[in-house]
Design a protein around this ligand. Structure first.
Ligand code: FAQ
Length: 311
């Protein structure tokens, strides 16, 4: 690194000029982006599994078609994100190896089971809702390929969030059993969704530096608070409750106060001991092995095309 390249890099960050793949960047900036973008990609791919569980059991053809489309969108998000990470000099094989060997993380939220149809609603409303809250600011991340991938992803996530809320709204206007199912799903998904934003700011090793580099635009706690504020209002439309007896509006702060987060549970889940960690990883590894013939066929086809001079 020369002083001049480092100054040019910092000037670009300060002036909100995007950093592009061929620009000089500090090694630590590159590593942080690879870590975050690849974990994000893995989350989208592993995130397909809890919902895929309900495709064959969706209550109507319309619900089934919508759920298939949503899960397919998530595959697309994973692929844009793997491509964005590849521009930083890591191969897709290496990222996938890191996921399958347990070296790379993916979002804690996808290690919880989907027990009833109402979970599809709760995932859409709460999980996609939390994802949007975290991802809209990433459309302004300093690294160009990541920020651009996020624009399309956010548009799709907002559709996902609305379909989830609509599932819960329908259940909330249904029979007593359906209302109970709706409340039960909210009860189970609330706290894991609140944890999605990551550790509190004072326990987050990466936030300060990522904010300085304008990868992150808001801290974990700032985004979590916004999420709680919005959900505390939206839940009223459902006539349901959030499972937190300390949730109340604080006039002075102009925000909702909320109860303590069980960080022990969070640590357990991200360290591989959540309810479904082993099942999720095993399903991914199996899918990858089952797909080996497709990769081989695609490679053979590409080689043939090159051999015969076609592109
Ligand atoms: N789960 O210092 P920080 C979705 C880790 S996509 C697991 O705060 P950072 C779409 C963190 O990696 C959901 N690990 O780190 C969808 C770090 O570990 P490391 C995914 C977590 O990076 C919806 C350590 O803790 N979204 O839902 C979690 O500055 C429905 C210290 O944390 C993204 O990935 C967690 N929840 O901030 C799909 C968004 N939180 O790497 C299907 C992009 C923290 O040192 C269905 N990522 N950790 O070993 C980000 O914005 C950031 O990476 C954060 C964490 C905010 C997640």
């Amino acid at each position: 690194m020369t002083d001049a390249s480092s100054t040019i890099f910092q000037d670009k960050i300060d002036q909100d000029i995007r950093i592009e793949p061929k620009d000089w960047m500090p090694d630590a900036y590159r590593k942080t982006l690879i870590r975050q973008i690849s974990q994000h990609a893995h989350s989208e791919i592993v995130g397909m599994l809890p919902e895929a569980n309900w495709i064959t059991r969706a209550p109507s053809l319309r619900r089934k078609a919508t759920l298939i489309a949503k899960v397919q969108d998530e595959a697309g998000h994973g692929l844009y994100l793997y491509s964005a990470a590849e521009t930083l000099g890591i191969s897709r094989e290496e990222m996938i190896d890191q996921l399958h060997s347990g070296k790379a993380k993916y979002s804690s939220i996808f290690n919880y089971p989907t027990l009833t149809w109402a979970d599809m609603g709760a995932i859409g409303w709460l999980v996609d809702g939390a994802a949007i809250m975290n991802q809209v600011p990433l459309c302004r991340a300093s690294y160009g390929p990541y920020a651009r991938a996020m624009v399309r992803i956010c548009k799709e996530e907002s559709f996902h969030q609305r379909q989830g809320f609509e599932i819960l709204l329908t259940l909330s206007r249904g029979s007593e059993a359906q209302r109970r199912m709706c409340q039960d799903a909210i009860d189970r998904w609330w706290w894991p969704s609140v944890m999605m934003f990551g550790p509190n700011d004072d326990a987050s090793p990466h936030t300060a530096q990522s904010m300085q580099w304008k990868i992150k635009r808001f801290t974990n706690d700032e985004l979590r608070q916004r999420f709680v504020d919005i959900c505390a209002e939206q839940v009223k439309l459902l006539g349901m409750t959030i499972p937190d007896d300390q949730l109340r509006w604080n006039e002075e702060r102009q925000h909702y106060d909320f109860g303590p987060i069980d960080w022990e549970e969070f640590r357990n889940v991200i360290n591989g001991n959540g309810p479904c960690n082993k099942e999720r990883l095993a399903a991914r590894v199996q899918a990858h092995e089952d797909g080996a013939w497709v990769r081989e066929a695609a490679l053979a086809h590409a080689e043939k095309k090159i051999q015969y001079g076609k592109t």
